[in-house]
Every structure is written in structure tokens, then in C-alpha cells.
Design a protein around this ligand. Structure first.
Ligand SMILES: [Zn+2]
Length: 687
């Protein structure tokens, strides 16, 4: 996951690069050398940055540096030099002699102490508001923090040497030259052959473990509590690097490392990923976030994003990691993953939230994630279905080979797909990139008739809203067999007539979920995401709601519904709740406020039963979402903690289970998570 901030700084540096090149020709920054010392007790970094410019560097050079930094000394070619401090950094006078390189050294110090979150309430701001923190718990200096002087020109080589109190290991991009501890000081040195963006740096009392795979050093930098997980991460990293190298060509960086952060991030940087400790312990991270971040080593960090036309890298990483890992298990898993993308989109993206893929820079909330990750992944899927696996993966391999360390756009992908497949894919891709939202599809007027000769005929229409070129599959099931036909949907309505020898039992539209479309409400599973995406939510407290108001407020904030009204049941009139989604705490006296309960479930104030299993301990909590009784297009959620403590223990976890509709927690640990997918709606007709 690259952050929005990284993307913005990328655009800024691209723009500046372009103007500076045209103004005074190419000035090369041959090398940047950083020597830093970290003082966690005082939140301080003191450092020296030495930059060697090639000939033709002009009369001055500008460097970005945090506005709070103290510049202690600047020298040019070894002589102390004048400089001017600006809001963004400093400007240094240069001798202006053409024909010889210039070495600029800047000595500075700066404190970084952004407060880091102890508890995470919202999960969609990937930065958690932290750009720089040097603390006894750990150090994180983000690429946007201005923690070292940067030139607008990317250095061709970069080295970083960090000294810190004994035991504090530092890690950044590039190859590790050495790490050693002497006389109470730990030194870590790193060197990059191809710097691709501004540096981030992490440090902490890490246990460092390593393994070599195909000549690539793999590291874990974990806190002692998680050190026992290192082998699993090292083995999985090796496996994913092998998998992607076979698919897309050689791994481009000097190493790969999984680094633990002291607050909960999920960053992918060139050659390492930075993951929060609580996240590292979640078992599914090994098969979800880890391959996603490693895929970014090719897509986003190896081949860079030309963000002026939209950030494609999250959609592609989602497609070749999260989706492909599911598809490798079985085609059914792949289909289910694609369904979840559509369900997330329809649940989370309201009409006011939609924007074209070209405007996606990075996720800032749930809707932007559903668009920039989900919809974009589906665009790659639709292209692959149109041109075939060989052309699709062949084009990706070609881009990975020819555009390494270069910025590419959606158009570069369209060109490569066209070259490999021989067909111009741009007219197909254009509306998906330029229009907000997506098409809606439905079956209409479907009938089956027995024909005289003993055969059967199914006729009907596919209705389409939205100006997207689509080829759709209609599947007819008959006597346990599936018969697929594909239709080009050029107009708003396409009629079909299909002859079969057996009596048809069901007709399904796009049965393998190969198209991006906006699901109708009736097709949507009732999930936590439906509560998160609600535009009209009321929280109703029943008399025996065990959660206190503070806990309910936390729950609403974590669900992105901080503005929602909390109304006691006695004050909630039927009229005031009409047409709204509900979240009910405790069992209400008016049972019609409860969601439609799945078979085998029952709820009471002191216990509940789901799937035939009874839960009655005071640490137990139930959170379930279903259709609202009498208002099937609305959802109702039930939060039923059996004690105040049970509510507090699970309240901030619920939001992480967005795709599920039934959750049971015991003392905060998840015991059950289930999803109920409705098998109805306008895309299925059963006879
Ligand atoms: Zn990502």
C-alpha cells in the first residue's frame, strides 16, 4: 500500500523535475550520502547530507528540509558557504563554474515527535496522522517528513549510515552494507543502486533475522515479542518473490524486508514493507497483505506510477496479489473474491462518493479504496478476459522489463495490451477510466417454453444502464449442467433466445462475476460494510443495551458513522425510523426492529444462539447484520454484548470484519465470522 502522501510528493517531484530540466538542462545528482545519528530520548536526528552534483549545476541549488530543522553548517566543495533558509528548506549558493562537479554538505538537526495512536479507531487513514516520530518505542521517518535535505533531482546513488544507542537497528531502502554494535553504539549502513523516491526510515530495538533466496537477502526486523514469527515471514516472502519473478521477470531491488512498526501501518516501500505489530500477528496477513506488498515491488515501486493520469498501482497489486492468490486456490475462490469487490463497491460507495479511476491517487477512506483498489482490479480482470492470459501477462512482463524505474500511465498499459493481443483495447478501457460509477445489469422477461420437438427454449432480455461496452455471459442450468452463451451488449436492451435439449432450471447473468457492475440492493449480502456505507443510519438503544454511551460512540466512529444519532428505543417513533438503516444495541422491546435472523438463531438479553450454538458468558458479544424487517432494501444491525466489558473488548474490532454479516466475540477474540450471500436479485431467475 503506497500512501496518498507518497503519490502526491511523486507528482510534485515530477512537475518540478520537468520544469527544472527545461529551464537549465539536465543536472545530474551523482550521489547523496547521509550520515545520521538518532537520539530517541530527545526525539532528535542530527545529520549530515553530502550531495555530489555533476557539471552545470548553476549558481544555486534548492533543498527541501523540514521547516523546524536547525541548519548548522553548509559547505560547498569543502568551504563554508552562504545559504538562505526558506519555508520549504534552504537555497545554497554554488560557484557556478561549468565543467566541474560540485559537492554540497549540509549539517542539520531536527526533532520529530508526532503523537502515535495507542488505539486505532478508524482504519482508512493509512498514515494515522504520523509523518515523523523518533521515540524510545521506535522511529519512523516518512518520506514526506522532510527529515533530510532532498534535491528536486533524484540522486543516481544514495547511501545512508545511521548510528543509534546500542541495540537500535535502522533500516531503509537499498542493500545493507553492514550492521554492528561497538562501544554502546549500533551502526546500520544502507546503499541504493537505483533510488526511486524519497526515503523513509525506521529504527527500533529489533531482532534481525535473515535468509538468502536466489541471491536476494530477505530480512525481518521484528520486535522481540514477534521474533518467533520471522521464519514464517521469510519463507513466505521467498515464495512470493519466486512466484512474481516467474510471472513478471526478475526482482528489481537489493533486498526485501518485513519491518515491524510501533503503530499500525501497512506501507510498501521500495524493497521493504512496514507493518504494525498487531497486524503482523494476524495469521491472514501472510497470505493477503504480504503478497500485496511484494507485488508492489514490481507494480508501483519497480515500475512507477505516472499519477497525472491516475494511480493504477493499487488496482494492479490487488489484482495480481489479493485476487490471484484466491484464484490460485480455485476458480470458485476467484469468483467469490470478485463478488466481494462488487459487494464492497455497492455497499460503501454512495452516489456522492463516485469519481473516475483517472482521479484516484491513493485511498483516503472506504469509498476511495473500493474505487481505486476494487474497481481498478476489475478493469484489469475484464482486460484479461478480453485478450486472454497469454497476451495479458505477456504485456505485464514487457512493461516490467522495459519500464523499470520509469513512471507509466494507464495509456502505457493499453498500448502494451494492444501490442500483445493485436487488438486496440483503448476504446474499451476509456469509459472505465473516464466515467464515475459503473453499469447496472439485470435480466428481464425471462421465460422458458417447451418446443414441439422435445427441446426447450429460453428467451429474455439483458438490460443495461450506463455507456460501457460489455460482453456478458448468460448461463442456463439444466439437469445439473451449465450452458454458457456470450452476448455483446451494445444497446440498453439485448434480447436472447437459447435452445436446449433439457428442461432449464435457472438463468444466471455473468455467473463468474467477470464484469464490473453496480449490484442491486437485492443482490447485496447484509454485511458490516452496509452499516459503514449507510447514508441514513440511526442507532437505537434497547433497555438492556450493555454497552455504555462512550463505547457506542467509539463503535460509530470506527464504522465511519461518527455523526450518527443515538436514540433510546422509547424515543424512537416508527415514523422517525421509516426508510432508515438501523443499528440496535441490546434486544429491543419492539422485535420488528431486529434484523431478519438467519435460521437457527435466537437472541435474548442474557444469551444468544447462532447456527445452533448458544453463547451465554458475560464476555460474549454478537454483532449481526440482516435485512430490515418490512424494508428489504434497508439493513438492520444488532449489537448484543452480554456485559459492558464484553462490549469494550470487541468494539474496535468489528470494523475490520467489513465483509461479514455475523460476528461473535468472546472477551474481544473473534469466535465466529460468517457471510450470508443472497442467491436472488435481478441477475438470477429460477424456474
Ligand atoms: Zn497497495
Amino acid at each position: 500500500m503506497k500512501t496518498l502522501l507518497i503519490q502526491i510528493s511523486l507528482i510534485a517531484s515530477l512537475v518540478v523535475l520537468l520544469t527544472s530540466c527545461s529551464a537549465r538542462g539536465e543536472v545530474r545528482l551523482l550521489r547523496q550520502e547521509l550520515t545520521l545519528s538518532l537520539d530517541p530520548e530527545r526525539h532528535l536526528v542530527a545529520g549530515k547530507s553530502t550531495l555530489v552534483f555533476g557539471p552545470g549545476s548553476g549558481n544555486s541549488a534548492a533543498f527541501a528540509l523540514n521547516g523546524k530543522a536547525t541548519v548548522e553548517q553548509v559547505s560547498v566543495n569543502g568551504q563554508e558557504s552562504a545559504y538562505r533558509r526558506t519555508a520549504e528548506g534552504l537555497v545554497v549558493e554554488l560557484p557556478g563554474k561549468a565543467g566541474s562537479p560540485v559537492t554540497v554538505s549540509i549539517q542539520y538537526r531536527c526533532t520529530f515527535n508526532d503523537p502515535t495512536p495507542e488505539r486505532t479507531i478508524t482504519t482508512e487513514d493509512p498514515t494515522y496522522g504520523v509523518s515523523g516520530a523518533i521515540t524510545a518505542d521506535g522511529t519512523y521517518l516518512g518520506s514526506d517528513a522532510g527529515w533530510y535535505p532532498t534535491s528536486i533531482t533524484q540522486p543516481e546513488k544514495r547511501g545512508v549510515t545511521v548510528t543509534a544507542p546500542a541495540g537500535t537497528e535502522a533500516i531503509t531502502a537499498g542493500r545493507r552494507l553492514f550492521r554492528r554494535t561497538e562501544a554502546g553504539v549500533t551502526t546500520s549502513a544502507w546503499e541504493e543502486e537505483h533510488p526511486v523516491e524519497r526515503l523513509s526510515l525506521s529504527a527500533g530495538p529489533y531482532v534481525v533475522q535473515e535468509k538468502i533466496f536466489a541471491g536476494i537477502p530477505l530480512y525481518t526486523y521484528f520486535y522481540p515479542e514477534n521474533a518467533s514469527l520471522a521464519d514464517r515471514y521469510l519463507d513466505a516472502s521467498a515464495e512470493y518473490i519466486r512466484f512474481y519473478a516467474e510471472k513478471f521477470g526478475p526482482y528489481l531491488f537489493e533486498k526485501f524486508a518485513v519491518v515491524e512498526n510501533f503503530f499500525p501501518t501497512g506501507y510498501g516501500f521500495p524493497s521493504y514493507t512496514l507493518i504494525g505489530g498487531s497486524v503482523i500477528r494476524l495469521p491472514f496477513i501472510l497470505t493477503t497483505s504480504l503478497p500485496h506488498e511484494i507485488a508492489h515491488c514490481w507494480w508501483g515501486n519497480g515500475v512507477l506510477v505516472d499519477s497525472r493520469g491516475g494511480n493504477w498501482s493499487e488496482g494492479l497489486a490487488t489484482y495480481v496479489a489479493d485476487h490471484l492468490m484466491e484464484e490460485r486456490k480455485s476458480s470458485r475462490n476467484g469468483r467469490d473474491y470478485r463478488f466481494r469487490i462488487l459487494a464492497d463497491y455497492a455497499s460503501l460507495v454512495g452516489p456522492g462518493d463516485e469519481f473516475p479511476l483517472r482521479q484516484f491517487l491513493g485511498r483516503v477512506d472506504s469509498p476511495s479504496r473500493a474505487i481505486g483498489y476494487g474497481k481498478a482490479a476489475m478493469l484489469f480482470h475484464m482486460v484479461r478476459k478480453r485478450i486472454g492470459d497469454e497476451a495479458f501477462f505477456g504485456a505485464l512482463r514487457e512493461i516490467a522489463r522495459e519500464k523499470r524505474y520509469a513512471a507509466v500511465s494507464w495509456e502505457d498499459f493499453a498500448r502494451a495490451f494492444c501490442k500483445r493481443s493485436g487488438s486496440d483495447i483503448s476504446p474499451f478501457m476509456a469509459p472505465w477510466l473516464d466515467l464515475a460509477g459503473g453499469p447496472r445489469l439485470a435480466l428481464a422477461g425471462v421465460t422458458r417454453n417447451e418446443e414441439g420437438s422435445g427441446g426447450w427454449r429460453v428467451t429474455g432480455k439483458v438490460r443495461k444502464e450506463g455507456a460501457y461496452p460489455l460482453v456478458v455471459t448468460v448461463r442456463i442450468e439444466a439437469r445439473g449442467k451449465a450452458y454458457d452463451r456470450t452476448f455483446d451488449l451494445s444497446g440498453d436492451e439485448t434480447e436472447f433466445s437459447i435452445k436446449l435439449s433439457a428442461p432449464p432450471s435457472r438463468v444466471l447473468l455473468d455467473p463468474e462475476i467477470d464484469l464490473f457492475r453496480i449490484l442491486s440492493q437485492a443482490e447485496l449480502p447484509a454485511t458490516v460494510n452496509r452499516i459503514k456505507g449507510s447514508r441514513a443510519l440511526t442507532l437505537v438503544t434497547g433497555r438492556n443495551c450493555a454497552a455504555d454511551t462512550e463505547t457506542l460512540r467509539l463503535l460509530l466512529r470506527s464504522l465511519g458513522q461518527g455523526e450518527t444519532m443515538i436514540v433510546p428505543e422509547k424515543d424512537a417513533s416508527t415514523d422517525s425510523l421509516a426508510g432508515r438503516d438501523l443499528l440496535v444495541c441490546g434486544v429491543p422491546e419492539r422485535t420488528e426492529l431486529l434484523p431478519v435472523l438467519p435460521p437457527g438463531s435466537a437472541v435474548a438479553s442474557s444469551d444468544f444462539t447462532v447456527g445452533g450454538e448458544r453463547f451465554g458468558s458475560e464476555g460474549d458479544s454478537l454483532f449481526m447484520v440482516g435485512s430490515r424487517q418490512g424494508e428489504p432494501s434497508r439493513v438492520a444491525g444488532l449489537f448484543l454484548p452480554l456485559s459492558t466489558g464484553a462490549a469494550r473488548a470487541c468494539v474496535l474490532k468489528i470494523t475490520h470484519y467489513g465483509r461479514f454479516g455475523l460476528l461473535v466475540f468472546s472477551k474481544g477474540d473473534n469466535r465466529k465470522k460468517e457471510i450470508v450471500v443472497p442467491d436472488e436479485g435481478k441477475s438470477v431467475v429460477a424456474f
